[in-house]
Design a protein around this ligand. Sequence first.
Ligand code: ADP
Length: 554
Amino acid sequence: MTKRIFRSICLAVMAVLAASLCIIMGALYGYFARVQQNQLRTQTALAARAVEEEGIGYLENLPDLECRITWIDSGGNVLFDSEEPSDQMENHLQREEIRKALKTGFGESVRYSSTLMEQYVYCAQRLSDGTVLRLSVARHSAATLLLGMARSVCVVILVAVVLSLWLAQRLSESIVRPLNELNLDAPLSQDGYEELKPLLSRIDSQQRQLQGRDTQLRRKQREFDTVTNNMNEGLVLMNESCNVLTMNPAAARIMGLVRPFVGVNFRTLNGAQTMEAALNAALNGTHGECSAALSGGVYQIDASPVRAADKVSGVALLMFDITQKQYLETQRREFTANVSHELKTPLHTISGYAELMKNGMVSPGDIPGFSGKIYDEAQRMIRLIEDILKLSSLDEGAADMTRERTDLYALAAETVKALTPMAQENQIRLYLKGESHFIEGIPQLLSGIITNLLTNAIKYNNPGGKAWVEVGGDDTGVTLTVSDTGIGISPEHQKRIFERFYRVDKSRSKAVGGTGLGLSIVKHAAMIHNAKIELNSTPGLGTTIRIRFPIEKA
Ligand code: ADP
């Protein structure tokens, strides 16, 4: 802009300068023409008087003159000429100034000489004897005048150009400066040009509109970030080339990335290969689903196409954690298979013995033994079904059971009493230690916990061994400890004995009437009471299981 203004000012100055020069030259030319004419008249009058007095002698003795002198008789014949021999000159009677002078005493004319390519001014005066004296002088053209003044004109032009360049530079800078200093963040607070006011008002209103939209966009972005940052599900938005536009922290965590990556191709990221099927389906315009093992869990991947103008312009990918669901599903399948297996064995035994008896293949003396076996297997099945029912009730959260203030020590005493015959049978001595401690709990479940733990302490013990039940506590909780001097559990089994149907020694468990569900029931019952289980066991020395019931403050 500065350059443009500079150029415009320069052009304007040059045009004014050229016009001024032309006008001045025209005026000078007119002035000099008038001065020349007046001089010629005066010279003609003086020369006429001199010729009247001195005759041709005056003319012949004249030094070199700037003007030409011609003396003509009344018939038009040239008597004398200062530049050419008079006898060679043509008759001058028809010359305008001669005719006027013969007629009125004085004549003037201006003519262009095509031979000399110059304009000539003529001035003629009639003398008293009827002859005419004429003086003529060449009039310089405007170009000649200009040439004559060339140096002065050049100096003027040079000064004018330098001055106008300097002025144009200063002017253009001073015109542009207020524009450069405009603060567009506060357009209405400017003291600039009045003509800019409408434009600045427009900018101000547009800026306010933009600020409004910007605030709105930021708010929406914040809301979106808050929602996606706090989601447990992974969310990835990408364009049709699979370049990531948005990735929430959960998605980065699930994919095992150090941070959410944006702007990179999704396919190049760790774990993206496992989602390829769902991604391809979404890119082809259909909803895609698959499950992927990521970050130590199992995730369901849902990929949906994002459409714009009937074209897939991106993909929205959601990752749901289905680890627990899958785990429960596997557990359910394993449980069903285990239950079928556990029931099949006693049923086969019962069926086999019954068949022998039906076919009369058992002697009367063996019948009590056979029916005793059938009874034992039936009892095993009943215990198993009872345990399964207890577990399924616990799986439901024991919703049908009510909590009440329960003395854990009193429950332990009852259990010890109930299991004393079994302990005596197995040559185990039972001990009860501690004192009354109350907790808010479900008595049936608490009793089930103590019974299962104490039964195990008897079952997995050695003849002559001991088993203790102890109830202790403080302000924060009550601890139930069941320990024995039994066979113990080796470390590799300790982690798994609370699983359903897990047994360290299957035949021993079956021999002592175990179902493999006792500790699962203990675990679930403890969970319902928010209790923590701790197991300490040394093979050959014994086992201690401690359950800590927290006292919930009102
Ligand atoms: P079970 O009906 O077989 O006793 P549990 O769930 O009660 O089933 O126990 C699971 C397994 O843990 C048992 O089969 C046994 O191998 C082991 N176990 C449980 N309690 C003890 C204990 N006090 N001493 C040694 N082993 C034990």
